[in-house]
Each structure stands twice: as structure tokens, then as C-alpha cells.
Design a binder for this molecule. Structure first.
Ligand code: ZN
Length: 130
């Protein structure tokens, strides 16, 4: 079986921009965005973001009711911000993993250097911006 570690992960530039600007806008609160895209044998493509319908400003990723999301297979993961600046998932993040990829954007949210992508085990995945 091919694991996600062997897949090419492609993220559209517009997705990077929206994750960065949404995180800046909500800082110092935590921002959550759903990631939409396509998964096939060789690659995972992230091509759209979506503000979760149930997001309220008090929610953080760790309190967000992921089980209440609509069953939509084009949702391939969740992006959330770390106002603390830590560019790695917490234990709670991994316990709440949803979809195929977890994108973390860390303060100061300036460029893709502040963005990292992880799989369910917490491995950092390489990605390309397209
Ligand atoms: Zn987190």
C-alpha cells in the first residue's frame, strides 16, 4: 500500500494565501479552515478552502466539533493556526485528525515558511505550491 508519505502533495497558491490571511485576521485567536481538493493514487491536490459552517469565534481546533461536519469527500483535511508560533501538531491535534492532511500555520503567518503539513502520525509531509 502506498502511504501518504510517498504521495506528492500539491497546494494551490491561492490556498496558501487564504490560510495565511485568515490566520492573520483571527490572531491571536486560532483560525480553522477546511481544505478541499482531490486525492488519487499518486497525489493529493488541495485547491480550495472553506470556512467551517459551525465555526464560532470561541472555537479552537481542539474544541471544534469535527464529527458534526457534513459528509463531504472533497474535504481532505483541516488547516488551523498556532498563535503560539509552534510549527508542529500537539497531541490533541493528532487525536482530532480529520481527513488526509493537517495543515498548521504558525505565527507570524508571513509566508509558506510558516506553514507545514502533517499526516495522521504527525510526520511532516513535503509539498509543492502550484
Ligand atoms: Zn494545533
Amino acid at each position: 500500500m502506498i502511504s501518504d508519505l510517498d504521495k506528492v502533495i500539491l497546494i494551490e497558491r491561492a490556498v496558501i494565501e487564504s490560510v495565511l490571511s485568515y490566520a492573520q485576521m483571527l490572531h491571536p485567536r486560532e483560525a480553522i479552515l477546511l481544505l478541499k481538493g482531490k486525492v488519487d493514487k499518486q497525489r493529493i491536490l488541495v485547491n480550495d478552502t472553506w470556512i467551517p459552517p459551525l465555526a464560532t469565534h470561541g472555537n479552537t481546533f481542539s474544541t471544534f466539533p469535527l464529527h458534526m461536519l457534513p459528509m463531504d469527500f472533497s474535504i481532505i483535511g483541516v488547516a488551523h493556526s498556532h498563535p503560539s508560533g509552534a510549527l508542529r501538531p500537539s497531541v490533541t491535534d493528532l487525536n482530532k485528525f480529520y481527513g488526509r492532511v493537517m495543515v498548521i500555520v504558525a505565527y507570524p503567518y508571513r509566508s509558506e515558511k510558516n506553514i507545514a503539513i502533517f499526516d495522521r502520525e504527525g510526520n511532516r509531509l513535503k509539498y509543492e505550491i502550484v
